[in-house]
Design a protein around this ligand. Structure first.
Ligand code: OOG
Ligand code: MG
Length: 260
C-alpha cells in the first residue's frame, strides 16, 4: 500500500477553503503531486458558492481575474480566470471594511459593468447582443484575500479558491460609454498606483467578450442585474487601515475605509 495520502476530494477542499475564509485563517496549497484539473477546480469553486448560498447569500455577479499583465505577472499566472461574487461580499461605496475578516487582504482598481439583460450561451463575438445587455459602467474596487498561506497559489488553486474574491465596492453607475484608455489611479494612504484601463485586455470591453466565452464554455448563466468585475488594471496593494480610493478618468471614483 502506498504511504502517500489520498488526494482530498472536491468536497473536502471546498470545506477547507470555505472554513479558511470564515475563520480568516490560511490553509495549505495542494501539494504539487495532488494538483487538480481545471474542471475539478471550478467544481470546488461552485461547491464553495453552494455552501455560501446555503447560508443565505445570493449570487451578485461574476469577476474576471488576470485580465491585465500587471496582475498576471504579480501572481505568476498566465491565463484568465472567472470567479463568483455574492451579495454578502459587497461593501458600500465610502463605507467601512473590517480587515480582521480577512487573512492578508489586498485591494485593486477595477471597472464594473451592470448587466441589463440575461446573457445565456451568447456568441462572444456578437457585439450587438453584448452592447444591448450592458446597462451601466462604474469604477470599482476589489478586495482579494487568498485563503492560501502567503498568498501563493497555482492556477488550479486560485480557481478553486473562488479567485481570491473577498469583497468589492462599486461606485456610481453611469450610462454605458466606452471605458477604453482611461487613466486609473488607486490611492491608499501614501501609496499611489497609476495605470490605464487599456491594461485590461487592451480595453475592458474585451473582458466582456472573454467572459461570454468562459460562461458559454462553463455553462455559467449571466443574469440581468448582475455585476461584472472586469479585472484589475494594476497590481494589487495591501489593504491598509484608512481610505483607499480608485479614480477612473471620466467615469468616476469609489472608495472604502479599511478599519481594524
Ligand atoms: C486572484 C484574483 C485576480 C484580478 O483582478 O486580476 C483578480 C489573485 O490575484 O489573488 O481578481
Ligand atoms: Mg480583481
Amino acid at each position: 500500500m502506498s504511504a502517500v495520502a489520498a488526494a482530498p476530494t472536491q468536497a473536502a477542499l471546498a470545506h477547507a477553503l470555505d472554513e479558511a475564509q470564515r475563520s480568516a485563517t490560511p490553509t495549505e496549497q495542494l501539494p504539487a503531486t495532488e494538483q487538480i484539473g481545471l474542471d475539478a477546480a471550478y467544481a470546488v469553486q461552485h461547491a464553495i458558492i453552494a455552501r455560501r448560498q446555503s447560508r443565505g447569500e445570493r449570487i451578485a455577479g461574476v469577476k474576471l481575474g488576470f485580465t491585465s499583465l500587471a496582475k498576471a505577472r504579480q501572481m505568476g499566472v498566465d491565463d484568465i480566470i472567472i470567479g463568483t461574487i455574492t451579495d454578502a461580499m459587497r461593501a458600500p461605496d465610502g463605507g467601512r471594511f473590517d480587515r480582521s475578516a480577512c487573512i492578508h487582504p489586498r485591494i485593486e482598481p477595477e471597472v464594473a459593468y451592470l448587466l441589463g439583460a440575461d446573457l445565456d450561451g451568447e456568441d462572444p463575438s456578437d457585439e450587438r447582443a453584448l452592447a444591448a445587455a450592458i446597462a451601466g459602467v462604474a469604477p470599482a474596487l476589489e478586495i482579494i484575500d487568498s485563503r492560501y498561506r502567503d498568498f501563493r497559489f497555482t492556477y488550479g488553486d486560485v480557481v478553486a479558491d473562488n479567485t481570491s474574491a473577498a469583497a468589492y465596492v462599486v461606485g456610481p453607475w453611469r450610462p454605458v460609454q466606452s471605458v477604453s484608455n482611461r487613466a486609473v489611479r488607486l490611492s491608499a494612504g501614501t501609496t499611489v498606483v497609476t495605470g490605464s484601463t487599456a491594461a485590461i485586455l487592451g480595453d475592458p470591453v474585451r473582458a466582456l467578450h472573454a467572459l461570454l466565452d468562459m460562461c458559454r464554455r462553463r455553462n455559467i448563466p449571466l443574469r440581468a442585474g448582475q455585476v461584472v468585475l472586469a479585472g484589475a488594471a494594476t497590481a494589487a496593494v495591501p489593504l491598509t487601515p484608512g481610505v483607499t480610493s480608485c479614480d477612473v478618468a471620466g467615469i468616476g471614483a469609489v472608495s472604502v475605509r479599511g478599519v481594524r
